[in-house]
Design a protein around this ligand. Structure first.
Ligand code: NAP
Length: 369
């Protein structure tokens, strides 16, 4: 028997999650030598990812969304990497490192259906395991998809990226620089702004808390004679309004996330008429086929597009991503900054994604190594 730490979804937050109340660490016992059901694996978790979208899973189960709600009283789950301690699954052997949806638990037995969804990482690039849930994982896939498949960024573009110091922002900026596009980026502290400028060569980095995004974007157009024409939107809220106001006619908005709205009622964008005036097309696709698509179409310009990355990750897409991105991280051409929290807590580390206190800096990830 070993003592296993788990993180439980204990109560539905209203507003910000409350450490120890909404998420809670508990201890259970697990017999590591107990025989496994056919197809199951016993894993030791090495790393677990904190992603902003998890806030949306902490809701009443009756509310529909694009991801299932967590069940009250049960262990939460998200992307992670675990080492196989014992396997009754013919695909996996002891010692392999598996990536996919793991429980927030130091040790865990995953039944066949969940084990079958995991992939073995050979990690020939020698990246830290934490990076496989960040820039080389789901957030990196999101940025790569946004830059290369949705915006199809070119050297003639100027891209504005909000929420830029996190993993989606980091990979977006690194790819944009590689392509030769000009970059404008925002984050919430002077240190983060310096980091964006010094690490990714951002042409105009600013702190959205102390500088008005509207003014920064307007000034950019005055100084360069050309407004930015692509907006990679991680936050929505006032920065989306500023982007709508200042984006070039026919520009592209890649709608990735809305951190501003995750813990309260939606901000409400007040200048949506710019979509008409600038002949933008605004399309939100939740899934390629199975779910209905919602499309508001104005004009004929390139499409601003929302997407959920998990609906696009075919084996071919993943193969393309893994061929390009992890080697680029290993070579240093995509610099990575992670904020590593050691061990499971009562959800304090999750709160850093939203508390606006600059208590995280870089991809938020839990290390259990
Ligand atoms: N569509 C998809 O498939 C998909 C996939 C992955 C991620 N996403 C979304 O992409 C976005 C970025 O993800 P990430 O993993 O890179 O996140 P992240 O940067 O690690 O997210 C947390 C950061 O958001 C910023 N933030 C928090 N509250 C804010 C507010 N009210 N206004 C402005 N900024 C605020 C904070 O940075 P500052 O210090 O700079 O404020 C915080 O550190 C999120 O919206 C996420 O949900 C979408």
């Amino acid at each position: 028997m070993v003592k296993v730490e788990q993180m439980i979804f204990n109560a539905i937050p209203s507003g910000m999650p409350v450490p120890g109340e909404t998420l809670k660490k508990v201890e259970r016992e697990l017999d590591l030598d107990a025989p496994l059901d056919d197809g199951a694996v016993l894993l030791k978790a090495l790393t677990l990812s904190w992603d902003p979208y998890l806030r949306g899973r902490m809701r009443d189960e009756s509310k529909e969304s694009y991801v299932p709600a967590f069940k009250l009283g049960e262990v939460i789950a998200n992307f992670g990497v675990g080492e196989v301690v014992q396997s009754a699954n013919s695909t996996f052997q002891q010692g392999q490192k598996l990536y996919g949806s793991l429980d927030f638990a130091t040790y865990q037995v995953l039944p066949k259906d969940r084990a079958d969804s995991l992939v073995a990482l050979d990690n020939k690039e020698g990246l830290p395991w934490t990076t496989w849930v960040g820039s080389a994982g789901m957030p990196g896939q999101t940025a790569w998809w946004a830059v290369e498949k949705v915006a199809k960024l070119s050297k003639d573009d100027t891209v504005f990226v909000s929420g830029a110091s996190g993993p989606v922002g980091q990979v977006t900026l690194a790819l944009a620089k590689k392509i030769g596009a000009k970059t404008i980026a925002s984050a919430g502290s002077p240190e983060k702004v310096d980091f964006l400028r010094d690490t990714y060569g951002v042409d105009r980095a600013f702190n959205y808390k102390t500088e008005d995004a509207n003014q920064v974007l307007a000034q950019w157009a005055k100084d360069t004679g050309k407004p930015f024409n692509v907006y990679v939107d991680n936050v929505a809220g006032p920065q989306l309004e500023a982007a709508l106001e200042n984006i070039a006619r026919g520009g592209t908005i890649v709608a990735i996330g809305a951190v501003t709205d995750y813990n309260g009622s939606p901000y409400g964008i007040r200048n949506v008429f710019q979509v008409v005036a600038k002949e933008l097309r605004w399309e939100v696709r939740r899934s390629p086929a199975s779910l209905p698509s919602l499309a508001l179409t104005y004009g004929h310009a390139p499409a601003p597009q929302g997407f959920i990355i998990l609906n696009h990750l075919t084996p071919e897409v993943l193969n393309e991503f893994y061929t390009e991105i992890p080697p680029a991280i290993a070579s240093g051409s995509i610099p990575v900054k992670e904020h590593i929290f050691k061990g499971l807590d009562n959800g304090e580390s999750f709160l850093t994604l939203f508390d606006q206190k600059n208590s995280n800096f870089g991809k938020a990830v839990i290390s259990l190594e």
